[in-house]
Design a protein around this ligand. Structure first.
Ligand code: NAD
Ligand code: MG
Length: 382
């Protein structure tokens, strides 16, 4: 039995993780979980799973639950997340969204755990610190993000030093067929309608700006230790080829599948084994044609920005992420037009003073700088 701790249990990845665990009760045991404010879902989970330790976001919700479940340990806030990350289990599934996911990832590794990582922001912001800690403690990150799971699968049985480049595929998100002019008038509802994947709101907007693909390039850099010069993005509107690895002999390995996050989640938990997934097989004869093209960095400037920030390193990943969190949310709250997201994030990276990330304090300073810059710009723009 693999003991699983799950943070962000009520989100899109969290619920699909629950689904995977439920399909394999003989292999996986949920031993703790955290939800945000969806307390009803916590109650639902407690009816199904015998879990002794849980965390919620708000103190008042925790107090309510304590009355209902006096035999369980019920924690709240950041401390709750960190207590779970440091508790006893085999693998932490980090399905939190945003910078809030960094400290739990870091605490899990620092306390000697492997992490199945959906929260890419952990690496975008603090990849350098996390990798240092992984090396120190001899622990691993196992990717959940579909592109990185694909690359991870394509690397099995091969040698890292013989990799020529990683090819990260991109659907292009909700607005892939719109010109830059047309983007000025798009609505939140249109942005939230992703053509291929059903995901949480933040990542769906990040997909529309292609900030998400920029984050994934950074994520690939830290997960696989490949320089940015050897990570390419390839547009692929069907989302069937989830990513590829090219080797020095020009052989290109691709991983394919229908767009369903349960596969990468399950593989992250079962690796190096594979388990059955009760879904129809990929039907390529029916799909017929797959399309590929080069990304247009003028059309999607945040992708280029992520390469730039990644290559410079230091605090810039965290600055970029923090500004994006503010701008992404402001767009969702109808406080900022869609192109304003790019304007704020580019401005943050270009105006930020540079510093190295030698500590968690350096990282939090970078997050605060990006956050504050973005809020100031937001006030000017609205
Ligand atoms: P989501 O918004 O659906 O879920 C996020 C969860 O985190 C929610 O349950 C929320 O309550 C919880 N949360 C956030 N901040 C919290 C806090 N401070 N304390 C406690 N709980 C908190 O997001 P999602 O789409 O599931 O994405 C999760 C992560 O996985 C993101 O980093 C995203 O980029 C990544 N990811 C998601 C998908 C997908 O298909 N959804 C695919 C690849 C990667
Ligand atoms: Mg992805």
């Amino acid at each position: 039995m693999k003991k699983i701790a799950l943070l962000g249990a009520s989100g899109s990845i969290g619920r699909q993780t629950i689904d995977v665990i439920s399909q394999h009760p003989d292999l996986f045991e949920l031993v703790s979980f955290g939800v945000g404010t969806r307390v009803e879902y916590a109650r639902e989970l407690l009816r199904i799973f015998e879990v002794p330790l849980i965390a919620v976001q708000k103190e008042e919700d925790a107090l309510e639950l304590m009355k209902e479940y006096p035999d369980k340990t019920i924690l709240y806030g950041e401390e709750g997340l960190l207590a779970i990350a440091k508790s006893e289990y085999d693998v932490l599934v980090n399905a939190l969204v945003g910078f809030a996911g960094f400290l739990p990832t870091y605490a899990a590794v620092e306390s000697g755990h492997d992490v199945a990582l959906a929260n890419k922001e952990s690496l975008v912001c603090g990849g350098e610190l996390i990798n240092r800690s992984l090396a120190l403690h001899g622990k691993s990150l196992i990717p959940i993000d579909s592109e990185h799971s694909a690359i991870f699968q394509c690397l099995q049985g091969n040698r890292m030093r013989q990799v020529k480049r990683l090819i990260v595929t991109a659907s292009g998100g909700s607005f892939r067929n719109k010109t830059r002019e047309e983007l000025s008038y798009v609505t939140v509802e249109e942005a939230l309608a992703h053509p291929n994947w059903s995901m949480g709101a933040k990542i769906t907007i990040d997909s529309a700006t292609m900030m998400n693909k920029g984050f994934e390039v950074t994520e690939a850099h830290w997960l696989f230790g490949v320089p940015y010069e050897q990570i390419d993005v390839l547009m692929h509107p069907e989302s069937i080829v989830h990513s590829m690895v090219e080797y020095i002999d020009q052989s290109v390995m691709a991983q394919m599948g229908t767009p369903d996050m349960r596969l990468p989640i399950q593989y992250a938990l079962s690796w190096p084994d594979r388990l059955e997934l009760n879904e129809p097989s990929l039907d390529l004869a029916n799909i017929g044609t797959l399309h590929f093209s080069a990304p247009d960095l003028n059309r999607f400037p945040l992708l280029g920005l992520a390469y730039e920030a990644g290559k410079k390193g230091g605090n810039l990943g965290a600055v970029m992420n923090a500004a994006n969190e503010v701008a992404n949310l402001a767009f969702r709250n109808h406080e900022l037009p869609f192109p304003g997201i790019e304007e704020i994030v580019i401005g943050a990276v270009q105006n930020a003073p540079y510093w190295e990330l030698n500590s968690v304090e350096d990282l939090f300073k970078a997050n605060a700088w990006g956050d504050e810059y973005a809020r100031k710009q937001l006030r000017k723009l609205s």
